[in-house]
Ligand binder design. Structure first.
Ligand SMILES: Nc1ncnc2c1ncn2[C@@H]1O[C@H](COP(=O)(O)OP(=O)(O)OP(=O)(O)O)[C@@H](O)[C@H]1O
Ligand SMILES: [Mg+2]
Length: 453
């Protein structure tokens, strides 16, 4: 102490401080039985362990910590709590304790910059276990927590916020989930099971030499939940969505560039594949084989018909060629209202792994909608039976049913609205049927025939 104060009075502070700090570090490392690992943020290239530790330690902040930093940016949904300079956390892992301390100091080279680090201190004898087991655990947990917290984004090529890149993105605000999706439970279970199997089978895909990707074709009439299902899939897997508008793609090489700039763990969506370009299903008569090799061009760009540069084979090449082999955990989803209009090359077995038919509302789907919209969780309502019976006999989409359910908070009024819709549909269907029988019997007028044709 005396030496310290004498030294202080004789030697300038700027010189003394680093000397004392070095001496104290030297003495403590020489004689202490603890080891301290320093994890630095590392300026330009961020340190993976630092990032993981930062995220992981936020979940370990206990009552012993007296001061914390709290912040929230526009893009974040929740507040973020983090440690302040010199604050410590003790973490227990596999029967031993480690101590983390957060250090944030001004850079000596550039005073406007902060140098941030974590100091991890533990008994020296645990060095192997900390490096071999604890730190990999921190890395893995950090990654898991980041994935849990990460907002799902939707990318599109015409997003205003794309700053020169091919894709711009916004946070996907769609609340769709498998719980609220009105689908029959078997189909729902099948889809969830398929997705889970897909994300768990990294090693399997590697072993059998297949690209780790999966293709889904969703087909069915408008308003049956195809887009809603895609949002539910993205929210479930926490995969970003890349919404590709084929009409904004100029050529095969353009398509290549656009698709190569998508990221792993994502869902590439091409909606309305039959009409996003009216020529996807019409193949050029150039002797192209069933694989779409060279045939089937899509020659539109911003509304103008162009040289046939974006071809069906360009798209197919990506489904099972270059695109699929240059990324991991990729899902591609095509949607269509008219499966029968698609080129057989797109439907060939192995191209789209799963074909999912989203169809008209069933009693089971109606039960889910009634529960979502009106909190009606059993079938005891006086109108329920009639609705179920009508739903079995007419074609009505979930979208049409939800339009009725959303009109009234009162269950009686909402259900009456649904019954009204279903009865009208049924009467319409009967009239149509009678008209078609009349036509078959040659009783229809010329006008009617014209309408049919
Ligand atoms: N199966 C469903 N479960 C829950 N809601 C649904 C379902 N189907 C449709 N809806 C409701 O109807 C709206 C329209 O559905 P959606 O856009 O998913 O239909 P789509 O099949 O993609 O139609 P399109 O073929 O016209 O693109 C949704 O916003 C949702 O509120
Ligand atoms: Mg849709």
């Amino acid at each position: 102490m005396l030496i310290r104060s004498v030294a202080h009075s004789l030697i300038p502070h700027e010189v003394l401080r680093p000397v004392l700090s070095f001496a104290s570090r030297f003495l403590s490392s020489r004689f202490s039985n603890t080891l301290t690992l320093v994890v630095e943020e590392n300026g330009f290239i961020r340190d993976e362990l630092y990032d993981a530790a930062e995220i992981y330690l936020r979940t370990k902040i206990g009552p012993a910590v007296g001061r914390l930093r709290i912040r929230k940016t526009h893009k974040q949904k929740e507040f973020t709590l983090s440690l302040l300079n010199d604050e410590e956390i003790v973490d227990r892992y596999d029967g031993f304790d480690v101590r983390w301390k957060y250090i944030c100091v001004r850079s000596s080279n550039c005073p406007t910059r902060e140098e941030k680090s974590f100091q991890l201190t533990f008994p020296k004898k645990l060095k192997e276990r900390v490096i071999g087991s604890y730190l990999p655990y921190v890395l893995a947990r950090g990654e898991e927590i980041r994935e849990e917290k990460r907002a799902v984004r939707i990318y599109s090529t015409d997003c205003p916020d794309k700053q020169g890149a091919y894709w711009g993105s916004v946070i996907l605000q769609h609340p769709a989930s498998f719980d609220t999706l009105a689908l029959d439970s078997d189909l729902k279970r099948m889809i969830i099971g398929d997705l889970e199997k897909f994300v768990e089978r990294k090693e399997f895909y590697k072993k059998v030499g297949r690209a780790w990707k999966r293709g889904y074709l969703l087909y069915g009439p408008p308003g049956t939940g195809k887009s809603t299902l895609i949002a539910a899939m993205a929210n479930y897997l926490k995969f970003d969505i890349y919404d590709l508008e084929l009409s904004s793609v100029y050529s095969n090489s353009d398509l290549k560039r656009v698709l190569l700039s998508t990221s792993n763990r994502s869902i590439l969506v091409i909606e309305d594949i039959d009409c996003s370009s009216s020529k996807v299903h019409v193949r050029q008569d150039d002797g192209g084989d069933d694989d779409g090799g060279g045939g089937g061009y899509i020659g539109y760009y911003q509304g103008q018909e162009l040289e046939p540069r974006l071809t069906l084979s360009g798209i197919l090449n990506f489904i099972d060629g270059l695109w699929s082999s240059c990324g991991d955990e990729r899902i591609i989803v095509f949607t269509t209202n008219h499966k029968e209009r698609l080129d057989p090359a797109l439907l060939r077995p192995g191209r789209m792994d799963v074909h999912i038919n989203l169809s008209y509302c069933t009693p089971e789907a109606f039960a889910i909608l009634a529960s979502n919209y009106l909190n009606v969780d059993d079938g005891s309502h006086r109108l329920y039976g009639e609705i179920e019976e009508l739903i079995r006999s007419v074609d009505v989409t979930p979208a049409e049913v939800t339009e009725e359910l959303i009109k009234n908070e009162d269950v009686d009024l909402a259900f009456e609205g649904v019954i009204d819709l279903l009865r009208k549909r049924k009467t319409g269907a009967v009239v149509e049927e009678e008209e078609s029988v009349q036509r078959l019997n040659g009783e229809s007028s010329f006008d009617n025939k014209d309408v049919v044709n």
